[in-house]
Design a protein. Structure first.
Length: 79
């Protein structure tokens, strides 16, 4: 399976809150990951999970999971 979650909005419009949320009210990512990792196929090891998290801001791409977020490998933003 492949999936993509794309969030767009102006600064201070609530993107981070929608994606991450707060402790009593989790956002999309924590709820999706919790549901995914409670899946029997994932729990049994029948299904492997790979994730990537990228941010595009001012035409700059950042890989949020890398130690050096500006090092995005071969991925480029094309206009």
């Amino acid at each position: 399976y492949n999936a993509c979650l794309f969030v767009y909005g102006h600064g201070r419009s609530g993107r981070s809150h929608t994606m991450v949320g707060v402790e009593p009210d989790p956002g999309l990512l924590p709820r999706m990951m919790e549901g995914l990792f409670q899946s029997e196929k994932v729990m049994s090891g029948e299904l492997a999970v790979e994730v990537s998290f990228f941010e595009v801001q001012n035409e700059q791409l950042r890989d949020i999971l890398r130690r050096d977020p500006m090092n995005t490998g071969n991925i480029k933003v094309l206009s």
